[in-house]
Structure formats: C-alpha cells, structure tokens
Design a binder for this molecule. Structure first.
Ligand SMILES: Cc1cc2nc3c(=O)[nH]c(=O)nc-3n(C[C@H](O)[C@H](O)[C@H](O)COP(=O)(O)O)c2cc1C
Length: 202
C-alpha cells in the first residue's frame, strides 16, 4: 500500500493546491502509518520533455530511464494524489510532461473490458483556480483540467475511483475586482479541506 503525492504549483509559499494536498497526505498517512509514501515536486524538479529517443525506445524492451522511474513509481502506488493549479485554463505544463512519460501503451485499458493495469488505483486530483469554473458559472466550459484528466485517466481504466477537489476563487483576496467573492473563496477552501479529510479516511 502506498501514496504517490505529486505537487506542481510554481509557488512554494502561499500555494493553495500544495496546502490542500498536504492536508490529504497528512490525514492519509495518519490513517495508514505503515504504508509507503513518495513525494514528487514537478515544479522544484521539472521533468524533461518526452523526446524522440524515448518514443523510439517504447518499441523496444530498453525503455528510457525517466520513463522507467516514473512508471515504476506510479504502478507501485495504490493512491495517487495530484495537486495542480490552473494555469491558462489548463494543467501546468509540468503535469502534462509527467503524463507524457507515464501514459505508455501497456497502461492503457483494454478497449472492450475497460480494465487496465491502473484500474484498481485511486486518483485524487486537487486543483486551485483564481476564478470559478463550477457548473452553472459562465466559465464552466473553460475548465480544461477536469474534462481532460477524466478522459485520459479514463483511457487507463481509472474512472470509478477518480475524485476532483477544486479550490476556487483563490485570487479573491488579492484581486480588487473579485473582492465581493471573498466569502465564497473562504468557503471553497474550507470545503476543499473538508473533502480531502473525508477522502483520506474513506
Ligand atoms: C501563469 C498563471 C496562469 C493562471 N491562469 C489562470 C486561469 O486561467 N484561470 C484562473 O482561474 N486562474 C489562473 N491563475 C491563478 C491560479 O490558478 C491561482 O492563483 C491558483 O491559486 C494557483 O495555485 P496555487 O495557489 O497552488 O499556487 C493563473 C496563475 C498563473 C501564475
């Protein structure tokens, strides 16, 4: 049993996504004191982009060293926690770089059964956004984080045990034009903390 905890905010101080993933990790580790724990900071140690050499190596048994390390780390975990700020309506490019390394052909689910090597794993994705993209808001369709991750993780057979926790309006306390949304921002942050505590103990 193990938790793979990935953060990607470029901020080290004041990052809301880091704060909420840390709350999940703390509660999960308290509940599973004997389980393994691996932490990967994609902002502090960005991965190289996937390259042609690595792609060619996928046709051989001699896989690229970065791919081997990342796939081994992912397959060893049974809970995967991803913290991702929204940058320009999408995931940070460091998270996309990680996905490009780990989305190897053998991890894709069987088209007919929908079952793949990662199907039994649980994914918890924590996002932080300056604005709000909740259902019913004008920007709902501009959320290219959750629909994209649902689709790619679905292709790996991870769809039943996939949870999203969005902390929204994080810019309300610094952007004057969002000042009237400060209460909603605080509520979203409290809800996110409550949600990850419950998920960590579930
Ligand atoms: C480069 C950059 C792009 C951003 N793009 C968006 C965006 O498209 N939509 C949005 O709501 N907030 C955007 N934000 C605000 C962040 O999503 C917000 O500050 C969030 O809290 C960052 O995550 P963190 O608190 O974990 O660092 C952007 C911030 C940065 C630095």
């Amino acid at each position: 049993m193990g938790l793979l905890h990935i953060d990607s905010s470029v901020r080290t101080g004041g990052s809301v996504s880091r704060e909420v993933t840390a709350a999940f990790a703390t509660a999960w580790r308290e509940a599973h004191p004997d389980a393994g724990y691996t932490y990967r900071d994609l902002a502090a140690r960005p991965l190289p982009h996937l390259d042609g050499i690595a792609i060619d190596a996928r046709r051989t048994t001699d896989r690229h060293e970065v791919e081997r390390e990342l796939v081994a780390e992912l397959t060893a975990a049974d809970t995967v926690l991803i913290g991702a700020p929204m940058y320009n309506f999408a995931l940070p490019s460091t998270v996309k770089a990680w996905l490009d390394w780990v989305l190897v052909p053998e991890l894709f689910a069987d088209e007919e059964t929908g079952v793949g090597a990662l199907s039994a794993k649980r994914f918890v994705v924590v996002t932080a956004r300056g604005g709000s993209y909740a259902p019913g808001t004008p920007r709902h369709d501009a959320d290219f984080q959750e629909p994209y991750l649902r689709f790619v993780l679905g292709r790996l057979g991870v769809d039943r045990a996939l949870e999203f926790v969005h902390t929204e309006l994080t810019l309300a306390h610094s952007a004057p034009n969002l000042a009237q949304l400060r209460d909603k921002a605080d509520e979203s942050r409290e809800d996110a903390h409550r949600a990850v505590r419950e998920l960590a103990l579930a």
